[in-house]
Design a protein around this ligand. Sequence first.
Ligand code: HAM
Length: 416
Amino acid sequence: MIKRLRGMKDILPEEVLLWQYIEKAAKDLFALFGYGEIRTPILEEGSLFTKSIGESTDIVQKEMYAFKDKGGRHVSMRPEGTAPIVRAYIENNLDKAESLTKLYYIGPMFRSERPQAGRQRQFSQIGVEAIGSDSPYIDAEVIALIKLYLERIGLSGYTIKINTLGCSKDKTNIRKALQKFLKDKTNLLCKDCKARYKKNILRIFDCKEDGCKAVLRTAPKIIDNICSDCKDHFDNVKNALDALKVPYSVDPYIVRGLDYYTRTAFEVTHPNLGAQDAIGAGGRYDNLVRDTGGPKAGACGFALGQDRLILALGKEGSALPALGVYIAVLGEEARREGFRLCNELRSNGVSSQMDYQERSLKAQMRQANKKGSKYVAIIGEDELQKGIIVLRDMSNGTQKEIKKDSFVEEAKKALC
Ligand code: HAM
């Protein structure tokens, strides 16, 4: 039997309901904030990612699905959404239409990582990018949007951690200061950090190994090595978040695994998730548009991992839409009548289902319960003779007899 690839997943109808639910909540809320949806290709020219995410990052070094296509071109399946959106922003001259372009996206990303709970090789991100502004209010708006979104989908218990990385000049200075500090301590670092020391020194800051954490405790902090403009920017982001009552903490060790970030960087974690506890992350990337060949344009955004949102929600209980009316029938004539009614309800916008397996009334009631039906319509011989249908309220077990011809109207009333 052919099986799905490792790290890939089939999302079955019951779970898809939850996916649709959180996608709809995103679309509704993002529109309220002025974000328009963008859909970019899954396959892009490989250099788009190597240049933007960074040659020495784990994503580029180890995780990209990168290959030569039949024409010998180097292509990659997108590992993330920011770089393709910046490419699309430049290629479609979106900066000419509006000085601030606000875009959102929902879709699959691909990283060939070792699969584990919450870590897939194909996963989906829900993200936003606001391109064309340096304002700290944008950073605060983007972070506040995450809070509001998580509230809307009913996810609580998350933590937002923020940091600043400074501008590219600051980043160079911090790299140098860290290099100097660690020069005679590299033997105390883990194997990965020894490699990071040479290739991507800032990543040592977010190493989870106790030995590395201990070494870093006395290392120069990013916040103490940034210029006054970047410091002011960070203070303004924090003040704006305070004004909006967004809960956050400052974590001086957040550096992020993608090289394009400058200034604000943040991560959102959730305790339901175990080792892969980041439900989302993002930050500012003020040089990416220019470095990709576009105009100078400050930008900020985030991406939430949709698979991880579902995992976190799953343990807190979900808010799936319930079924309106389940139709339970006894006998062949009642089935004919039930079939007609079921489709009439659907034509009138009421979700409805019925039994096609000639099960007992008891089994049909069990099925109605399992599907979370709000009401059950019961049709048997008696009802057929009297020209009525029994409507049972599943929340309290009360029943009433309704004339066949006014049933749809009555059911609609009961459901609103
Ligand atoms: P990222 O931190 O690489 O950032 O990914 C964002 C989120 O995607 C993670 O927090 C996680 O929830 C989810 N994610 C990442 N890899 C996997 C995986 N293998 N399996 C399941 N979920 C995963 C970015 O991608 C940036 N583009 C975010 C951004 C947008 N920055 C600015 N704008």
